[in-house]
Design a protein. Sequence first.
Length: 269
Amino acid sequence: MKRFAGYLILWAYAAAALIPLIIMVLDSLRPNADVLSRPLALPSSLDFSSYSTAWTQASFSTYVRNSVLVTVGAVALDVLVSLPAAYVLGRYRFRGSGVLIAYFLAGLMLPIRLGILPIFYLLGSLGMVDSRLGLVLVYAAAGVPFSIFIMSAFFRGLPRELEEAARIDGAGELRVFARVMVPLVKPAIATVVVFRFVPLWNDFFFPLVLLRTTDRYTLPVGLTQFFGEFQTNWSALFAGLVIATVPLVVLFLVATKQIVEGLTAGMGR
């Protein structure tokens, strides 16, 4: 009975989360007049004209491209910087290592939005205001403490025998790191990618403050322009929301599969 009640609660939660998304997708495939007259009806035929309107007339192609460049660039730079630092902090003990770990942990406790004024002046002095590169650097730097915290815990849990065996076989430090250790922390990398990609893709604050040109807007800021211009075209609005949501759903499904496969493989050894 308790198991049935647990399943019932989970299915109810899933329905509450999925029903609005299903309505959004269905209404994006209907003409605007039908959406206004019967918001909850099923589409009589599939109409993709709203997607064409959102993609071309509302500049969604530009917003999506900017979001992909900024988010993927920031996450990739974040992982590239954090991975070797997490390896050193997770596998070695040296004078000052505790201070370094505490320093990075402190970064998790300080909201980066509180530093928007010095960040703005810093980027202004570097000529990076209204620059996608400046936004990438801000995002990457903001994610380093979290990424190091997650990946160093995974590195710390790996058995010492693996790297010792690699060194006996003649592998140098760089090869041990790249060929032995990094493949074993793929679940941690996937976790970092998911937990960093989603908030960066949805972030509205920093693009609003740091970007000035419409052609450089990311999706969250572009959506505000879109809502103002197409506020009476509900079908196009739903199509734009679907376009903004699909990459997150795809990434979540792919990354979740990688995490589960990595953890299952680790349990089987």
